[in-house]
Design a binder for this molecule. Structure first.
Ligand code: UDP
Ligand code: MG
Length: 242
């Protein structure tokens, strides 16, 4: 199958990323010139308190492929991605981080797979440059969510992925408010596959995900996709009643 791909949307949430923004724009400009289709890069400024928005507005003036959504405050990464997918107009949509931990060039491989007929092509984090405690926490959280969930969730897959228009339309129609996108994406079904990608070190600035935000994300994943916590709540309720 060779799926039509006229426009590709790349959704990028940004929170206080003024340091990495010039590097990101340079890498994206290189990618856009090599892409076999039209590209729109949709930046969601998640209430940055530095000069990120000025940088984005300047980029939007310089490049026709840059679009900007500006949040009124910091709503969080998953909300920013959701806004991006809501506004994306492409036949396929990529989600990626701003800090170049997800190498943009991998998108070329992802869309090759997409054109073979896959609805979702996600990156599997083959190697992580993070400190040991963080790698351990990620490994535990992914395995716990995977074991507890009642359908197959790919292990070590983050949000970096390309999704077909029909997958994006289903995600957009889903009413969940606290979203664990990598889980919802797997739940949707269709043909999905993973690509092994070495996760790169953050190219500039400091991580914006605090420990509390990371724990919140893992908890959202567990509560949204695992039956045991809900059953436990039911059993505790029944015991209390007795
Ligand atoms: N981010 C965001 N809102 C937040 C926290 C992070 O939009 O409240 C963005 C951030 O700018 C980056 C992506 O989400 O593009 C991933 O964040 P980070 O690199 O800090 O996460 P990590 O790689 O440490 O998991
Ligand atoms: Mg990062």
């Amino acid at each position: 199958m060779n799926r039509p791909l006229n426009l590709l949307s790349i959704v990028i949430p940004v929170f206080n990323e003024e340091e990495v923004l010039p590097l990101l724009l340079e890498r994206l400009a290189g990618l856009v010139s090599r892409m076999p289709c039209q590209v729109e890069c949709l930046f969601i400024n998640d209430g940055s308190r530095d000069r990120t928005i000025e940088g984005l507005e300047q980029a939007a003036n310089e490049h026709p492929w840059v679009r900007v959504i500006d949040f009124s405050r910091n709503f969080g990464h998953q909300v920013a991605i959701t806004a991006g997918t809501d506004f994306a107009q492409g036949d396929a949509v990529v989600i990626m981080d701003a800090d170049l931990q997800d190498p943009p060039e991998v998108i070329l491989e992802m869309i090759a797979k997409y054109q073979e007929g896959y609805d979702v092509v996600y990156a599997i984090r083959a190697r992580r440059p993070e400190p040991f405690w963080k790698r351990l926490a990620y490994a535990c959280a992914y395995r716990l969510i995977q074991r507890a969930s009642e359908f197959t969730l790919p292990r070590d897959a983050g949000d970096f992925a390309v999704m077909s228009r029909r997958v994006v339309d289903i995600l957009t129609a889903m009413p969940e408010r606290r979203r664990y996108l990598r889980g919802l994406r797997a739940w949707v079904g269709f043909r999905q596959t993973g690509l092994k990608v070495d996760r790169q070190p953050r190219l500039a600035g400091r991580p914006k995900y605090t420990l509390a935000k990371l724990a919140g994300l893992a908890l959202d994943g567990l509560i949204s996709f695992a039956a045991p916590p809900l059953r436990l709540a039911g059993i505790l309720g029944a015991l209390l009643l007795l």
